[in-house]
Design a protein around this ligand. Structure first.
Ligand code: NAD
Length: 439
């Protein structure tokens, strides 16, 4: 990092501290005006964002619009529609005081101050702007560091921010570990990190040094249980959607299948038939790109470690960064592919005969970001949810809960802490302040 950049980071940080102190962001109309302007600039950059997403991650225009652009714009509309209501103080009952004093009690939401938002590479638009609009609707200022691994998108993000806001209010700094380390040493008022559990630990340690409150949106191995009474056609199509989108690089992608032994063969046949009909010439180049050649080598390592278990797909191209939708069968917990989050289009299949044993295995491991259960029995699905934990869960579908701004989204334990989206973003980025007044 150049001394100039280091100085610039510190100067902008101080400018944001000073701007926050002017109290302008406490005004709801100011927030609405700023976010309305941002909305226009953001949407006017749809083409630029889609082109950059294609270069960096091979996202199709349709996918980019749906999972990156529209998710941000629809959430922003929802925030703008509701902020007046959410920002009002909530009056609550007062506990009688022995003196008999007349007491009024209320709960206020106030912004933290200067926020630091750190983005990952996999949904670089959505996962940078969705926290940002939450931070701003709650009245904060923000410094953003997009992922260095999607540089074309990061450049457009910077352009959008520069056209939308003064740097004393919102500013982008590009960079990687060095820049992030410097930024994490500054006394921010709130940190919002999306990324891997390992880097999450680094961020949390840095936050702990200064007792900075934070949200961690992390990842993990999200189990997908397919019970013997599941509708297999639906299960195959819905798991396929959640797994192959963005070439498997989705934090809530079904990481592995845990299926009842009695239906495994039928499931595998249907899955292969589905893949063949969806991608008649194979899925290479059809499901997006892996972020880097190194990550391809890492994924290829899983296949090499158990090549006899690859039953479909398995081809990749280091130059184009494509990787096929790949199924691995007869997998056990000991296989290399089961040791960490896969984050690529490889779907290992494991079987169980006794659901009690399966749930114990799941519960013995780090708490996942999502858990999916496919079953026609509500009782079975409820029982699975009751006996496990995960950030969030779905019954008979996968990954679509992330797109709902009515549901709080986030992990638990090693998959993260704190929830956001919709009203939960407003709450995540607000300090809840109790105010008691004696009349
Ligand atoms: P990552 O943790 O490698 O990087 C995230 C950010 O941290 C980047 O901006 C990067 O520059 C920075 N960083 C990386 N190493 C660092 C270090 N040593 N010190 C300081 N900063 C560092 O994550 P990624 O590869 O971009 O994304 C993939 C991971 O993110 C997966 O684990 C996935 O599950 C998770 N994820 C979670 C969510 C969620 O909402 N829960 C969403 C997307 C991705």
């Amino acid at each position: 990092m150049t001394p100039e950049l280091e100085q610039k980071i510190k100067t902008v940080f101080e400018k944001q501290k000073a701007f926050f102190k002017t109290n302008q962001t406490k005004n709801i109309e100011f927030r609405k005006a700023q976010l309305t302007k941002f909305r226009d600039v953001f949407l006017s950059h749809t083409d630029a964002l889609c082109e950059a997403l294609d270069i960096d991650l091979g996202k199709s225009r349709k996918e980019a619009e749906y999972v990156e652009i529209q998710i941000v714009s629809s959430e922003l509309d929802y925030l703008l529609e509701n902020i007046d209501e959410w920002a009002k103080p909530t009056f609550v009952e007062s506990k009688p005081h022995p003196s008999g004093a007349d007491i009024v009690s209320k709960i206020m939401h106030e912004p933290y101050g200067v926020n630091y938002i750190i983005g990952p590479f996999n949904y670089p638009v959505q996962l940078t702007f969705s926290p940002l609009i939450g931070a701003l609707i709650a009245g904060n200022t923000a410094i953003i560091k997009p992922s260095e691994n999607t540089p074309h998108v990061a450049k457009v993000i910077e352009e959008i921010i520069e056209k939308s806001f003064d740097e004393a209010y919102v500013k982008v700094f590009q960079g990687a570990i060095e820049e992030n380390t410097l930024l994490l040493s500054l006394p921010f008022d709130y940190i919002f990190f999306t990324g891997s559990p390992n880097v999450g630990k680094i961020v949390m340690k840095a936050a702990a040094e200064q007792l900075i409150p934070l949200t961690l949106e992390l990842g993990g191995k999200s189990p997908t249980i397919v019970h013997q009474d599941a509708d297999l056609d639906k299960a195959v199509a819905r798991i396929s959607y959640g797994k192959w989108i963005n070439c498997g690089q989705t934090c809530v992608a079904p990481d592995y299948i845990y299926i009842h032994e009695s239906i495994k063969d039928a499931f595998v046949s249907k899955f292969i038939a589905y893949l063949k009909s969806t991608y008649p010439d194979g899925s290479l180049g059809k499901i997006g790109k892996i972020v880097s050649p190194n990550q391809i080598k890492h994924l290829a390592g899983y296949l090499e470690a158990a090549h006899e278990k690859v039953i479909y797909g398995g081809r990749y191209n280091l130059e184009t960064r494509h990787f096929e939708a790949t199924l691995m069968d007869n997998i056990t917990w000991e296989d290399q592919v089961m040791q960490q989050e896969i984050f690529g289009p490889i779907l290992p299949i494991m079987t169980y005969t006794d659901i009690n044993v399966a749930l114990e295995e799941i519960n013995n491991r780090p708490k996942p970001l999502a858990l999916y259960v496919f079953s026609e029995s509500q009782e079975f699905a409820n029982d699975v949810l009751n006996r496990t934990t995960s950030g969030d869960a779905e019954i008979n579908s996968a990954i679509i809960h992330v797109g709902s701004h009515f549901l709080p989204f986030g992990g638990v334990g090693t998959s993260g802490m704190g929830k956001y989206h919709g009203k939960f973003s407003f709450e995540a980025f607000s300090h809840t302040r109790s105010v008691l007044q004696v009349k």
